[in-house]
Write a protein that binds this ligand. Structure first.
Ligand code: GDP
Ligand code: MG
Length: 174
């Protein structure tokens, strides 16, 4: 860890395959987007340093490695994670319907006070929408988690979503 960082936090990306997890992360960490889907092989993670008031936090964010089938992700993926980005694709209803099972996994393997942010990604594809924004918001309200629609392609709300998660984690741990 860099000497100048005050602490390291771990967060994980979860959600069905091809919802845009890797592109959200590369947008946040490196401001990059890829049109081709490139399933990650093995576990990957990215870092970004974020200043929250007087602290410099090193955010280490893990990306699922094309193992998005349920139970395929091992518990070590979740171990020590204080945050999770739970992602669905608003143009594919099935990815929204998987959320309950992903939440079960997060609550089984994650810390009990894990900060979860729900992301409805691909908001740039409005004409192909299969999940209303209100449905996403309603689900998040029921579960008591934060919600945003994003576009990794247009870089809409990506920064906001990650920073919200990091700020909430900081509030809990400080
Ligand atoms: P992952 O399997 O969840 O990691 O998904 P990827 O990040 O690999 O993205 C899957 C596909 O969706 C790729 O073809 C991406 O280019 C595309 N994609 C990801 N995010 C967006 C987005 O916000 N808008 C659009 N239109 N396509 C996206
Ligand atoms: Mg991926």
């Amino acid at each position: 860890m860099d000497d100048e960082c005050d602490y390291l936090l771990k967060a994980v990306m979860v959600g069905d395959s091809a919802v845009g997890k890797s592109n959200l992360l590369s947008r946040f960490a490196r401001d990059e987007f890829r049109l081709d889907s490139r399933p990650t092989i093995g576990v990957e993670f990215a870092y970004r340093n974020v200043r929250v008031r007087d602290k410099l936090i090193k955010a280490q964010i893990w990306d699922t490695a094309g193992q998005e089938r349920f139970r395929a992700i091992t518990s070590s993926y979740y171990r020590g994670a204080s945050g999770a980005m739970l992602v669905y694709d608003m143009t594919r209803r099935s990815t929204f319907e998987s959320l309950t099972r992903w939440l079960e996994e997060l609550r089984r393997f994650g810390d009990h006070d894990m900060v979860i942010v729900l992301i409805g990604n691909k908001s740039d594809l409005g004409e192909a929408r299969e999940v209303a924004e209100e449905e996403g918001r309603g689900f998040a309200e029921l579960e008591g988690i934060f919600f945003l629609e994003t576009s990794a392609l247009n870089n809409t709300n990506v920064e906001e979503a990650f920073l919200e998660m990091i700020h909430r984690i900081h509030k809990i741990t400080s």
